[in-house]
Design a protein. Sequence first.
Length: 449
Amino acid sequence: MKKLLFLVLFLSAAEFVAAQQLPAPDQEPGREPLTLRECLETGLEQNYDIRIVRNEERISDNDATAANAGMLPTVDLEAGYAGTFDNSRRTTLREGGAESEHGVYDQSADVGVAVNWTLFDGFRIRTEYKKLRELQQRGALNTRLTIEDFVATFTAEYYNFVQQTLRLANFRYAMDLSRERMRIAEEWYRVGSSARLEILQARVDFNADSSQYMSQIELVTASRIRINELLANPDLGREFSVQDTLIVINDRLRWDDLVGKTCETNAELLIADRDNAISELDLKSIRSRNYPYVRLSTGYGYNYNRYGSGTNLARGTLGLNAGVQVGFTLFDGNRRREQRNARITVENTQLTRQRLEQSILADLSNFWQAYRNNLEVIQLEKENLIAARENYRIAMLRYQKGDLSGIEVREAQKSLLDAEERILTAQYNTKLCEISLQQISGNILVYMN
C-alpha cells in the first residue's frame, strides 16, 4: 500500500513540476511585450520633465542673438504734433513802440525715422553676446542632463519591475510548493501514516506563503504605476508586460574607460565648465566700464511749423541729421566693488567645479567597488542556488517516502527561496551599480541601443 501511495505521489509531483514550466500569467495574450528601448523612446517624447526642459532650451536658443546682446541698431518711426496758444507783447528798438497780440496759436508737426547705434561700449556688447552663447550651450547641457537622469531612473525602475515580477513568480512557486506539501500531508493522513498536526503545519505554511504572494502583488503594481508615471501615461494603472524576464548584467565595464569618459563627457562637469565661463564673462562685462563708449544717432524726417503771428506763416524742412556721441564714465561709486566681487565669484565657480569633479569621482569609485563585489556575490549565490535546489529535491523525495518531517521540508524550501531571493537581489543591485556607472561616465544612452 505504501509503495502504491508513493508512486501516486511521485507522479503527482512530476505533474506539479511540469506545471511550473507554463507561461507566467503576467504575459498578456495578444500584446507584444515592451522592450526597454521602446519604453525609453516613448518616455523621451512624453515625459513632462523632458518636455519642460526642452522648452527652456528653446528659450535660451531664442535669446542667443546679436540683437539681444545689443550689437544691432534700433530703428524708430516717430511722429508728433504740438501746439501753443499764447498772448505776446513785442517792443521795437527803432520806433520804441509796443505791439501786443492775443490768441497767437503756433503749431508744429514732424515725422521721421531715427536710428541709434552703440558702436563701442568697452567690449561689453561682444562679451554679452558670448555670454548668451554660453547660456545657450548650458541650456543644451541641461536638456542632456535631464534626459540622462530620465534614462537612468527609468532603466532602474524597468529592471525593478522585472525584479518584482520575478520575485512574484518565486512567491507563487513557493505557494505552489506549500500547496503540494499540504496535499501530500493529507494523503498520508488518510492512510494513517501521519498525524493531523502535519496537515495543520502545512496549512499554516501555505497561508503564510499566500499572504507573502499577495503582498508582493502590491509591489509589482506600485512599480507598474511608477513606470506609467515616468512615461506620462494618462492611465497610471495601464497593464503591460515587458520583454525582459531576466536581469542581464554587463560585466565588461572597465575602470580606466569609465574614468576617462567621466572627465571628458560627464554632463554635470560640462555644466560646471559653462558656469565658470559665464562668471568670467561677467567679470569682463564689468571691466568694460573702464573704457569709453561711442554712440551713433541719425535720422531722416520732415518737420512742419505753422505760426500764428510774424512775417512767416509756415516753414517746412525735409532732410537728414546725424551725430556721434563719445563719453567716458569717470566715477560711478560701484565699479571697483563689483569687480572685486566678480573675481571672487570666478574663484568660487572654479572651486565648485573642482569639488564637483572630486565628488563625482568618489561616487564612481564607490559604485565601481560595489559593482565588482556584487559580481562576485552573484557567482557565489549561483553556486548556493544549485545546492539549494538539489537539497530541496532530495528533501521532497524523502518527504514523499515518509522519511522526513514537514518541518525539515519547510526548512529546505525556505533555504531554496532565500537563495533565489539573494541572487535576485544581488543581480538587481549589480544592475543599479552598472546604471550608475554608465550615467556618471556619460554613457547612459547605451540603453537606447
